[in-house]
Design a protein around this ligand. Structure first.
Ligand SMILES: Nc1ncnc2c1ncn2[C@@H]1O[C@H](COP(=O)(O)OP(=O)(O)OP(=O)(O)O)[C@@H](O)[C@H]1O
Ligand SMILES: [Mg+2]
Length: 148
């Protein structure tokens, strides 16, 4: 993880990368995403949805691939506030993405609730996976209120 910086400092950058190896890295990624969402004007419910989805994806990296990285971007523009999060690893990959997305499917003795749960929490959700590379990309968006 970025040494010496706090979630708040990382969130203030519009592009931050965290290494994922241990549970505290999951916490740091979750806090950074939450903080960026807060700074961009998302409400507490949206902040919590994003934080929960980040927890699931980053924990998956550690549990199923051993290690990886999480990148958090401010992709806001004039129309909408948008936080995009990429969780990426060089592990074995997901052979059948449709199966992995099904509620209750787990190869690791888990509940198999992480991926389908995360998808429900965010506006954008995409998985790319092949042997040696898995990349899950999510985003939350919120249209800007236009002042007439
Ligand atoms: N980064 C990854 N690399 C390889 N396989 C993955 C990865 N993420 C998910 N998977 C596969 O997709 C399955 C479903 O993931 P999901 O997060 O839904 O469930 P889980 O991690 O097994 O359990 P839970 O998240 O409920 O504790 C996993 O069991 C695993 O087989
Ligand atoms: Mg999981």
């Amino acid at each position: 993880m970025c040494s010496g910086s706090s979630p708040k400092e990382r969130a203030a950058m519009n592009n931050t990368q965290l290494e994922l190896r241990v549970e505290s890295d999951v916490v740091a990624a979750r806090q950074t995403g939450r903080e960026m969402a807060r700074e961009l004007g998302f409400g507490v419910a949206d902040q919590t949805r994003l934080a929960t989805a980040i927890s699931e994806l980053t924990r998956n990296v550690i549990v199923h691939a051993g290690e990886g990285v999480c990148r958090i971007y401010d992709r806001s523009d004039a129309q909408a506030a948008r936080v995009q999060v990429v969780a990426e690893d060089k592990g074995a990959g997901i052979p059948d993405i449709e199966q992995a997305m099904a509620q209750g499917f787990s190869t690791g003795g888990g509940l198999g609730a992480g991926l389908p749960g995360a998808k429900r929490l965010v506006q954008e959700f995409d998985i790319e996976s092949e042997p040696g590379h898995t990349k899950v990309t999510i985003a939350i968006t919120k249209p800007r209120v236009r002042v007439a």
